[in-house]
Design a binder for this molecule. Structure first.
Ligand code: CA
Length: 229
């Protein structure tokens, strides 16, 4: 479900926007002041931010600029004054859209949907270039078959790489050794489930800080393994 942040100091407007967006199936959070809004936008993950311009504490211009310093989250800026909208456009703060209050809630919902769809397409086409799996300090480029741990590249054998990528691509799913063996090794290969154990050990030596207390691949005793996120 897409998660949306509304930064709006006028409670009645924020509530109206929230109601309409929730009716359309979005998960919505509201921040009634600028500093709280900025903090939420930076620390949490939202699919889109609706940002009012005039806010107590810190205004929408500054919030937009600060969000853009490290996030691509789509931002729709709203203002009561048409002049302000022109000003925002002129400043090139990186907002994706602008709306002048008052607007109809259905128009807001339509624009939110349009921006979410556009952003999905953007992410989708970027992902086609190189498929990257990134979990905490571990980064796997599944296209180039390269792995980095805290920015440092590590070398993997083909099967180690396949096993790590398979587990990391199915986080929180517990697999038995049998399942992993048949997934990674083809039928003709000689070996048994002990091969899986050996490979897991090798992978842990390369990606874990402390192999006796693994942070990525967890052993589920009597069952198998799970990639933790
Ligand atoms: Ca306001």
């Amino acid at each position: 479900m897409s998660k949306i942040l509304i930064v709006e100091d006028e409670v009645a407007i924020a509530d109206l926007e929230k109601d309409y967006l929730e009716l359309s199936g979005f998960d919505v959070e509201v921040a009634n002041d600028g500093l709280l809004g900025l903090q939420k936008a930076l620390e949490e993950e939202y699919n889109l931010v609706i940002l009012d311009l005039m806010l107590p504490g810190i205004d929408g211009f500054e919030i937009c600029r600060k969000i853009r310093e490290d996030k691509n989250t789509p931002i729709i800026m709203v203002s009561a004054k048409k002049d302000d909208i022109d000003k925002i456009r002129g400043l090139g703060l990186g907002a994706d859209d602008y709306m002048t209050k008052p607007f109809s809630p259905s128009e807001l919902v339509a624009r939110v949907k349009a921006h979410l769809a556009r952003y999905e397409r953007l992410i989708g086409s970027a992902a086609e270039v190189n498929k990257i799996v990134e979990i905490r300090g571990l980064k796997i480029d599944t296209t180039a078959r390269r792995v980095w741990v805290n920015g440092e590249e590590r070398a993997f054998t083909t099967k180690e790489f396949d096993l790590l990528t398979f587990l990391a691509s199915h986080p929180n799913h517990v697999y038995t050794k049998d399942e992993l063996f048949s997934e990674i090794w083809d039928m003709e290969s000689i070996g048994d489930i002990a091969t899986v154990t050996v490979h897991i050990k090798k992978i842990r030596e390369k990606i874990e800080m402390d192999t006796s207390n693994p942070q990525y691949i967890e052993t589920i005793w009597g069952v198998g393994y799970r990639f933790k996120v």
